[in-house]
Write a protein that binds this ligand. Sequence first.
Ligand SMILES: O=C1O[C@H](COP(=O)(O)O)[C@@H](O)[C@H](O)[C@H]1O
Length: 260
Amino acid sequence: MAAVHHPPNPPALHSFESVDLLVESLAAFVVKAQKEAIDKKGRFTIALSGGSLPKMLKGLINNPAVKWDLWQVFYADERVVPLDDPDSNHLLCTQELFSKVPIPKENIHTIDVSLFDDLEELSDAYEKELIREFAQKDAARFPVFDLILLGMGPDGHTASLFPNHPLLAEEDRWVAYIEDSPKPPPKRITLTYPVINHAARVAFVAAGAGKADMLSKVLDHPEEGLPSSRVRPAYPGQLYWFVDAPAAAKLELPPTEFKL
Ligand SMILES: O=C1O[C@H](COP(=O)(O)O)[C@@H](O)[C@H](O)[C@H]1O
């Protein structure tokens, strides 16, 4: 019998009157994803972004429902800078979240700073880190993250996938590097679409009026093919957008009520 090809689920757009409500609801959503993953397989795999995202995770701090010791954290993208450099996504996540919660250090998977001279080796090593976590345990062609949290840049980029960049066409690698990021710093590594689009859940978080024009392009005009519009997790994966009212102001797409 021929395999049935199921199209991706449509995105669920959750719009909140204030950033505080967004933060609270996002925390509840992450906790629910965590619970489902841990009930099923005893661990929770999540990829985090930098930029404006880490501070939106403050609802997880002092939250007794979070089982930090069962989290395995990767980065959706990372800048090729020392881990204590102000441009490092790891530093940002540490300042906003990890320094304030009891997560074991070994559960946070950072890039290998000893490989900065060779970006091919650096991204290969991060891919191997993913293979150690996923391939042995889940034996899949691509890792299936329980949750990937993304931001959307003013040009529609997400992770380190930038408009018109050849990396948008990557089909095999789990982790790739770029040396010419239009947003500094130029050298970065990033999860690729095959990884992002195999996740069980992907959630974008965007707040503020500065995101409104681009959000409407990305969600109302996906045919333009901006990097954030290309995030379409394969069925049964689900895409979510957590936005505040100023970011949602120009959207035609109707919001979906947020229910756990
Ligand atoms: O450069 C990056 O930008 C994106 C978007 O950042 P935001 O500040 O506009 O939210 C971010 O998601 C990514 O991790 C980062 O490296």
